[in-house]
Design a protein around this ligand. Structure first.
Ligand code: ADP
Length: 498
């Protein structure tokens, strides 16, 4: 449930629940189920006289019964005292007159009626209620007549209820109401606070713990918060942020690890030819090669090893330029077919001398032009072809095919080999910096894992794309696209120093 809806519901609950419970309470009190006494009924406020009459009704009815069946009882003080004490629980008392004489006065102190003001016999019917003055307040009076009034005496029994008892009665109801309403408000508040606590505070606490963990660098936790409200969405964002941070941290660790390995590889790859250079030059100095032929052989080895080191250092230099995004490009408009023909020619000769085959096919029309930095695209082709050579299969004659074709707005170059191939697990990663497939890592084949990342960088800086397909044990195919020149393009506009 959305937070807005939940707050709205809570608001309704705060307003409606107490009102509803107040009504229920009203009816419970009215029916005498709370307090077990109708004296506390809310009718007390609305119909005070009737309530007061009702309160004393049982005693009045009993007196009426006596008047018919046991008139003698009105003359027995003990019995009258009993009736009086039961009336006192209804805040009333009994006064009995026999003729003009008051024979019983059950009024508490300070509430005695003025006897002369009591109604005379026969004036008040049994259903009437009269207001009389007591010593210090007014009272309601009901009368029950008894006795053999024709011959001997007129008997009058007065049930008197001081009106001052209305206030204590009302007070009692008020206290009951206030107590119950306080209870109702407490229950409502408790229900709402519990609901809010469960839905908001608990989640906020968990998010607080999660952010504390993140701050302390602990990313190994899962923040799971159920629900579809804004708080849960926020928790979801924190969880995603943490996952992102963790992925970053892992990647950083992997990159650091890869960079360490890269450094140790480069150092190793440089050290091997350097040792040879030192060894052969020392040999020359020590006169180990006495004949010019031998000296020439030593010098050629020294030259080859130095070139190897030079190539490695060049690769390293491009790698650092990739890192700082500062490869210097020198774009020019060139004839695509001419460019690839020249590259193929150089390779055909070299492959021939190594008992390998280099095949070339170009389906481009003559006038097709591309805007490229020729030395950088040569580096791309060189990296791809030298990988094909590096990852050849033992015992199988290496065959590399360069095919260039028209692809609409682009020209497509494909370099296919019959080498060892790349596993489907490794294939998606080969263009990543410092990535070396497990197999390559475990062999003696030298490599730093940056050749293909350089290829990708250069091709994407040319606005093209590069990808590869491979079948392990059969061979690999590398493809790249280069944008053709549109007729309007001027070479100067494309020159850039990246
Ligand atoms: P490396 O210096 O390791 O050759 P690259 O970036 O050039 O680095 O290549 C990355 C990985 O891709 C290599 O380690 C190798 O496993 C794989 N690879 C690249 N080209 C080929 C290929 N033609 N045949 C088989 N595997 C290749």
């Amino acid at each position: 449930m959305r937070l807005k809806t939940r707050l709205f519901m809570s608001f309704l609950l705060i307003v409606i629940l107490p009102i509803l419970l107040a009504f229920v309470l009203y009816f419970l009190i009215a029916s005498g189920r709370v307090n077990g006494n109708e004296e506390t009924s809310p009718l007390y406020f609305t119909n005070t006289i009737d309530t007061l009459i009702n309160d004393t009704d049982p005693e009045v009815q009993e007196l009426k019964h006596w008047s018919k069946a046991f008139p003698d009882r009105f003359l027995k003080t003990d019995i009258l005292k009993e009736i009086n004490s039961s009336l006192s629980s209804a805040n009333s008392f009994l006064v009995v007159k026999q003729g003009t004489r008051v024979v019983f006065d059950g009024a508490p102190d300070g509430m005695h009626p003025r006897y002369s003001r009591l109604p005379v016999y026969g004036k008040l019917s049994e259903s009437d209620v009269m207001v009389v003055k007591l010593e210090n307040q007014s009272a309601m009076l009901r009368e029950v007549d008894f006795g053999d009034y024709k011959d001997r005496y007129h008997g009058q029994a007065f049930v008197i209820t001081p009106t001052g008892t209305v206030i204590p009665g009302a007070g009692k109801i008020l206290i009951t109401y206030v107590l119950w309403m306080a209870l109702i408000l407490l229950i409502t508040a408790f229900v709402i606070v519990t609901l809010l606590y469960n839905s908001i505070i608990r989640k906020v606490r968990r998010m607080q713990e999660a952010t504390e963990n993140i701050r302390n660098g602990n990313l190994d936790f899962t923040l799971k918060v159920k629900g579809k409200d804004e708080i849960s969405e926020l928790a979801g964002s924190i969880e995603r942020m943490k996952n992102h941070l963790r992925a970053d941290a892992m990647q950083k660790l992997e990159t650091e690890d890869a960079q360490r390995k890269f450094l140790s590889n480069i150092t190793h790859d440089l050290k091997t030819p350097l040792t040879s250079v030192i060894g052969y030059s020392e040999g020359l100095i020590d006169g180990i090669a006495p004949t010019p032929d031998k000296q020439m052989k030593y010098l050629t080895i020294i030259h080859n090893k130095a070139s190897e080191m030079n190539d490695l250092l060049n690769e390293l230099s491009v790698f650092t330029k990739i890192d700082t995004d500062s490869i210097p490009y020198n774009f020019s408009r060139v004839n695509a077919r001419g460019f690839f023909d020249e590259f193929a020619e150089e390779n055909e000769v070299e492959f021939d001398s190594q008992d390998a085959i280099f095949l070339y096919q170009c389906d481009l029309p003559d006038g097709c032009e591309i805007m490229i930095d020729t030395s950088q695209i040569k580096r791309v082709l060189h990296n791809l072809v030298s990988n094909a050579v590096k990852y050849r299969r033992d015992g199988i004659r290496l065959k590399v095919m360069l095919r260039v074709s028209d692809a609409g707005e682009f020209i497509q170059a494909e370099i296919a080999d019959n080498g060892r191939g790349i596993s489907q697990d490794d294939l998606p990663h080969i263009f990543e910096r410092l990535f070396r497939a497990d197999k390559a890592r475990n062999t003696q084949i030298k490599g730093s894992g940056i050749g293909l990342s350089i290829v990708k960088k250069i091709i994407s800086d040319h606005g093209g794309q590069v990808w590869a397909t491979s079948i392990e044990g059969t061979g690999s195919k590398f493809y790249f696209l280069l944008k053709k020149c549109s007729d309007k393009e001027e070479p100067d506009e494309q020159d850039s120093d990246n």
